[in-house]
Design a protein around this ligand. Structure first.
Ligand code: ADP
Length: 432
């Protein structure tokens, strides 16, 4: 073999090797490329999944925001409304989002509450979560009470960029509170009536002193006048004393008159079961303190009674209290009071309060209704007498009974109102 052909052969071998190497590198690069492409498309797919998930989350949040029955809104630090949900629009009386978005929230805050509202906003932008109540006047001019729960909303870096507020209308609640407050003051007035007996003893004592002093001074004056040895000047001091004492007696009487103002009955169609429940609530403290249980057995769907609910509530709570006291005094092991209501024929409803106490001695059964009759060391003896006169002023009767096996039963009836009266009343309250 010539040297030339050897060189050609070697060259050919080198070329083949080179080509093979090139092919290997090319295949390797192609594989890497495919791998990179695959990774890229995987990333893209992942990215899309994340985007989808984000979109899904946003949709979900938006759906919650849109369908939330409470008003949800975002506000900037100067009070500009950034976003508000449909419930919020309805609450503030806006027809469309543009009515309030971009405007200051203060347009619906009553002027006297604006400073207070600003202060609460300031606290939220300082990082606090706050709850506050304020009076509002909606865009439609309705005046109402609102309660807001406001929290700071932070961005990814932790900076507070908005206030997130959830607001609801609490006008009804405020109204109910006001009603309860009125109810309480009514009760206080009725309770004052119950202390009349206590007062009577006090008044007698208070009046006794000035009356005795007046009698003494007057007798002294008379004696001197009859003796004939008195000058006009000498009568001035005792007569002044008489005037002073008479003024003092007048003062005592005025005080009593202020205390026991006559209460005019406020009659309405009353659901007796509601009155009973309310009376039971009034005696909760006593029953807890004396380990007594008050059970209810209330007939459903009874006709309403025409009554002053506060007065009847006072009667029922008084009967329950008497039962609790009787059982506590007798150290009864089972302290159970039962309040029952039932319809009696067409036109009456009966309320019964019974207990497992010692009952009432047969000879005393009528006496317990007498004024100042009491067997309790610190009793006044006015409760049952007042209760009976309240029931009688409603056209009913209050009676006591002793059960054979022990325990007392008090029953009273009230007139049920007929359908016509109930209908009229409903119509009346709808139109007024
Ligand atoms: P007070 O409670 O101040 O004594 P009341 O007029 O309410 O006045 O009651 C008069 C009396 O009737 C009581 O002192 C008690 O002797 C009797 N009495 C009332 N309720 C009961 C009862 N449930 N069980 C036993 N005795 C009772």
């Amino acid at each position: 073999m010539s040297e030339w052909s050897g060189t050609v052969w070697l060259g050919a071998v080198a070329l083949v090797l080179l080509l093979t190497l090139g092919a290997i590198i090319l295949v390797y690069l192609l594989m890497r490329l495919r791998e990179v492409r695959q990774r890229l498309s995987d990333r893209e797919a992942e990215h899309e999944v994340v985007l989808d998930r984000l979109q899904e989350n946003e949709n979900r949040l938006r759906a919650v925001f849109e369908s939330e029955p409470e008003c949800v809104k975002l506000q900037s630090a100067d009070g500009t409304v950034l976003e508000i949900n449909p419930a919020g629009l309805a609450l503030i009386g806006a027809e469309q989002p543009e009515d309030i978005i971009g405007r200051k929230i203060f347009v619906i805050v009553a002027p006297e509450y604006r400073d207070y509202y600003r202060e609460n906003m300031r606290r939220v932008f300082a990082g606090e979560s706050v709850v506050y109540e304020f009076k509002a006047i909606t865009l439609k001019g309705r005046s109402c009470w609102m309660e807001s729960h406001a929290v700071p909303l932070r961005d990814a870096r932790g900076n507070i960029h908005a206030l997130l507020g959830i607001t609801r209308d609490i006008t009804e609640h405020k109204w109910a509170e006001e009603q309860a407050r009125r109810h309480q003051s009514e009760l206080t007035r009725v309770a004052r009536l119950s202390t009349m007996g206590e007062m009577a003893t006090g008044i007698a004592h208070e009046l006794n002193q000035p009356l005795a002093a007046i009698a003494n001074f007057a007798r002294g004056c008379l004696r001197r006048l009859r003796g004939g040895e008195v000058t006009c000047a000498e009568l001035i001091v005792p007569l002044e004393e008489i005037c002073q004492q008479a003024d003092r007696a007048g003062e005592v009487i005025r005080h009593v008159r202020d205390f026991v103002r006559k209460r005019v009955a406020r009659m309405s169609a009353v659901d007796i079961n509601l009155v009973v429940r309310s009376a039971v609530r009034l005696t909760e403290l006593e029953s807890r303190q004396q380990y007594a249980h008050v059970g209810l057995d209330l007939a459903p769907q009874q006709p309403r009674v025409w009554a002053d609910s506060i007065m009847i509530e006072q009667v029922v709570s008084n009967l329950i209290r008497n039962s609790i006291e009787a059982m506590a005094e007798a150290r009864s092991p089972h302290r159970e009071v039962t309040v029952k209501t039932r319809q009696l024929g067409e036109d009456a409803v009966e309320v019964e309060v019974s207990d497992l106490g010692p009952g009432i001695d047969g000879a005393l059964i009528d006496q317990v209704f007498d004024q100042f009759f009491t067997t309790k060391p610190d009793g006044v003896g006015m409760g049952l007498s007042i209760s009976r006169s309240i029931v009688e002023s409603h056209g009913g009767q209050l009676r006591a009974e002793s059960r054979p096996g022990g325990g007392a039963v008090f029953r009273f009836t009230l007139r049920a109102i007929g359908r016509t009266l109930a209908d009229n009343e409903r119509r009346y309250s709808l139109h007024h």
